[in-house]
Design a protein around this ligand. Structure first.
Ligand code: SAH
Length: 352
């Protein structure tokens, strides 16, 4: 028996119909509903007897329980409730080329980055592939594109709560279903996976998953500085991480994105920019800069936008491709983990 409905592929659906003594053609019908995130009780063209059998199987769902809309831009933030009541979050950003949904892959995170709100209370559990797919389909049900052939969510970034390469197998299965023609059918070019740098997994990724855009959270130009904010830097040094990035780019032909959050007085000086340019010399890459989003529980502050732009200019002069990322949804706790923490805090206050 399969473990959840939401991440079934056509073969799984066929095997399930056989197991349930149902006609083969039901597999395609059921899969069409699944790809729309519809649960068995609402599968209109499926007989009640089959719906009941399907309802007995875990779904792997994520239901939107709260929506925040930014007053400054069109960004929307969602709180999802998983079937076991755990909470994760997602953000929908509107761009001229389409809509990008930022999804979560774990409840909490155990990577311990000092500037990140997701990791404050550690990891609770991994998300299943179905739950990640459901984050996408739940948004599409809430905001239909109006055209059956077009998706609302055209791009996905795995940059919400959690570390995708610390939930490797489920992430791979999610990516396969997200890109499959009989799944969500989203091009791998439109999917980005962000990692704090689990080096061995970067090497296996090109063979295991469709060639998505790899983003590496770098945030420092040397090991000493990186270790101050990112515990993962104690496990893998830059002399291991940078060759892994180069390997990914060489193997897939894709440009690797390095993310760099500029923290006041920590990693944002001209000397840091120079060191960064030396570190990344010769790698097919782009540097995405963002002033750190200050998190109330942490004592680290972001630089001004002007400083971020100057840092980008210096990197460009030194021969790197670099831009400052647009800040979207800052009025709705856009940074990962912030809204979930607020929700948990408010529930605690309610209980007190
Ligand atoms: N675990 C993955 C993906 C999750 S976070 C990773 O580490 O890449 C997505 C990005 O947001 C990462 O680059 C992360 O370092 C960054 N980030 C986390 N907290 C931030 C903050 N307060 N301000 C700016 N960027 C932040």
């Amino acid at each position: 028996m399969i473990d959840e409905l939401a991440s079934m592929d056509h073969n799984d659906a066929l095997a399930l119909m056989e197991e349930l003594n149902e006609k083969t053609f039901r597999a395609k019908q059921v899969l069409e509903w699944i790809n729309k995130g519809v649960r068995p009780d609402a599968m209109a063209n499926i007989p009640k007897t089959l719906r009941e059998k399907l309802e007995a199987i875990p779904f792997g769902g994520a239901e939107i329980i709260d929506v925040r809309k930014s007053q400054r831009d069109d960004t929307m933030k969602f709180l999802y409730k998983l079937d076991d009541e755990n909470i994760v979050e997602g953000v929908l950003m509107r761009y001229s080329y389409g809509n990008t949904l930022c999804i979560s892959c774990q409840v909490g995170c155990r990577m311990g980055c000092r500037f990140c709100a997701s990791t404050l209370n550690g990891k609770v559990r991994d998300l299943t592939p179905g739950e990640m797919l459901s984050e996408v389909t739940a948004v599409e049900r809430l905001i239909p594109s109006g055209d059956d052939k077009k998706r609302t969510v055209t791009n996905i970034v795995m940059m919400g709560c959690g570390e995708p390469l610390d939930n490797y197998d489920n992430t791979i299965r999610f990516l396969k279903r997200a890109t499959a023609a009989d799944g969500l059918g989203i091009s791998p070019r439109n999917i980005s996976l962000s990692t704090c740098g689990l080096v061995p997994r970067i090497y296996t990724l090109p063979d295991d998953a469709p060639h998505v855009t790899l983003c590496i959270s770098l945030h420092a130009p040397n090991d000493e500085l990186r270790r101050k904010t990112m515990p993962i830097a104690n496990s893998y040094s830059l002399s291991e991480l940078i060759p892994a990035a180069k390997f990914y780019s060489d193997k897939t032909g894709r440009r690797v994105i390095f993310e760099y959050a500029l923290i006041e007085g920590v990693n944002s000086s001209d000397a840091d920019a120079r060191e960064l340019s030396r570190l990344l010399k010769g790698i097919n890459c782009h540097v995405n800069l963002i002033p750190l989003n200050s998190v109330k529980e942490r004592s680290l502050n972001g630089v001004t936008r002007k400083r971020a732009q100057d840092f980008a200019l210096l990197l460009q002069k030194l021969g790197l491709s670099a831009t400052v990322r647009r800040e979207l949804g800052t009025d709705i706790d856009g940074a990962c983990g912030q809204l979930r923490n607020k929700h948990i805090d408010s529930q605690k206050e309610g209980e007190e």
